[in-house]
Write a protein that binds this ligand. Structure first.
Ligand SMILES: [Zn+2]
Length: 441
């Protein structure tokens, strides 16, 4: 938990994908119609789940970022290679099915509880979501989950642990409710467990060694309505509706980068987005304007100069569009129109995008299908964002998200062409991760 939502609401309604397919998709549809669909049993005979040192994978149609290309692949010790040193230990025949890289979830707070972890890992693998980024969690709880994750037969996850906010800033109010619901597991509340409070450079210096001692994979900061920071700072009416002093963002970025850690910023407004980019963060964890608050659209339209700056600095923006479905007002059409405009501006400027749902009860499937419904991107672009680009945002140091030699041999085998019907992304016949054929989920 820790961002917009305490509780995930909403029933996922599979939105109609029909609509304005672009010209390239129309060509794909024509091509696909001319080829027989794969006749693939749920599991090809003789292919028991498990690992092998080397594989020959035949008769796949492999997504290369642009199209599906009929070919075979070789796998050695968990990676795609051009040649094997000898005959393959195992051969897998895909019977002409479609192969895509695994999906990622760049913003969710689940997978932080040992009791819930086994079912959640199965859910993620079932959905084809192999990579997870958790910006705000409790380090002590995650340590108990660690034996179950980051291995070939499970989900790979990274965690920020405690996020940095101001005294009485978000998510302190949210965690007060969580603590009450959970019977107050920590005597002093979730402060110094799920979040730390920093109001000046001295606070930052004091808290920093404790943060690093929890071994975070990256650093999370909270920025909320920085354009009225001075007004909100000492006003109890804004408890939980404010965040870190914008003047401290660059200080956090400097410390994090010196420690080899990237910085992810929660934002609410377009002004927060600009502050985050100028302050040197690496990732922005929301698209401005998913809001539950007062919605005047002008406050959530991204500044073109900040968008260009984000592109130049290589900043990633995580979409989290689907949480707007829970907005209590009748403003959803307005919010979504602004989300689409912001997404298109970011994409046109070359800003890196990653998919994240921020929805505790879901995986990034809900976000991918929401972006499909919004028609913010064509299907090919959406597939690349959900696979290659989201994996890179979560694990920038690994070779993920491409089905070619040198990259980790992880992929999903689909029963239909997702460039024709994007819902085929959930028609998963086989899951393969780092040289392991996973069991059916
Ligand atoms: Zn969140």
């Amino acid at each position: 938990m820790g961002c917009a939502l305490g509780v995930a609401l909403g029933v996922f309604a599979a939105a109609g994908a029909a609509g304005a397919a672009d010209a390239a998709d129309a060509v794909d549809a024509a091509t696909a119609a001319a080829t027989p669909s794969a006749v693939l049993p749920d599991r090809p005979s003789g292919d028991a789940p498990g690992p092998a040192d080397s594989w020959l994978i035949r008769n796949g149609r492999w997504f290369d970022g642009n199209a599906f290309v009929a070919d075979e692949r070789l796998v050695l010790q968990g990676r795609f290679v051009d040649v094997l040193p000898g005959p393959p230990q195992r051969t897998l025949d895909l019977h002409g099915a479609w192969v895509v890289p695994p999906y990622g979830e760049a913003h969710n707070h689940n997978l932080d509880d040992l009791a819930l972890a086994p079912a959640l890992i199965r859910r993620y693998l079932h959905d084809g979501v192999f990579y997870l980024k958790n910006p705000t969690d409790v380090a002590e709880q995650v340590e108990r989950v660690r034996p179950l994750i980051n291995r070939p037969d499970s989900v790979d996850a990274v965690y920020a642990h405690a996020g940095i906010t101001a005294t009485d800033g978000h998510p302190s109010l949210l965690y007060r409710f969580v603590a009450e619901r959970e019977g107050n597991p920590y005597p002093g509340g979730y402060r110094d467990h799920a979040y730390v409070c920093v109001d000046n450079e001295q606070d930052l210096a004091a808290v920093w060694p404790r943060l690093l001692a929890t071994h975070p994979d990256f650093i999370k900061i909270y920025l909320l309505y920085t354009d009225s920071f001075a007004k909100r700072r000492d006003d109890p009416a804004f408890r939980g509706l404010k965040g870190l002093d914008p003047a401290l963002v660059a200080k956090v970025s400097e410390r994090a980068h010196a420690a080899g850690l990237r910085v992810t910023a929660h934002v609410e407004t377009a002004a927060d987005f600009s502050v985050a980019v100028r302050g040197g963060v690496d990732e922005i964890a929301h698209l401005p304007g998913y809001t539950f608050g007062v919605f005047n659209v002008e406050r959530f339209v991204l500044d073109p100069a900040a968008v260009a700056d984000a592109a130049a600095r290589g900043v990633t923006v995580v979409t989290t569009t689907s949480i707007a479905r829970n907005d209590p007002g009748n403003r959803l059409a307005l919010i979504e129109a602004n989300q689409v405009a912001n997404l298109r501006a970011l994409h046109a400027a070359g800003v890196r995008l990653a998919l994240g749902s921020d929805d505790y009860a879901q995986t990034s499937v809900v976000e991918a299908m929401n972006l499909l419904r919004l028609e913010a991107f064509d299907r090919r672009t959406l597939l690349n964002l959900w696979t290659r680009d989201t994996a890179m945002a979560i694990f920038p140091g690994r070779s993920l998200g491409q089905l070619q030699a040198g990259y980790e041999a992880s992929f999903l085998v689909l029963g239909g062409d997702p460039l024709v019907d994007f819902h085929e992304t959930q028609h998963i016949l086989l899951r393969f991760k780092q040289g392991w054929l996973l069991p059916d989920m």
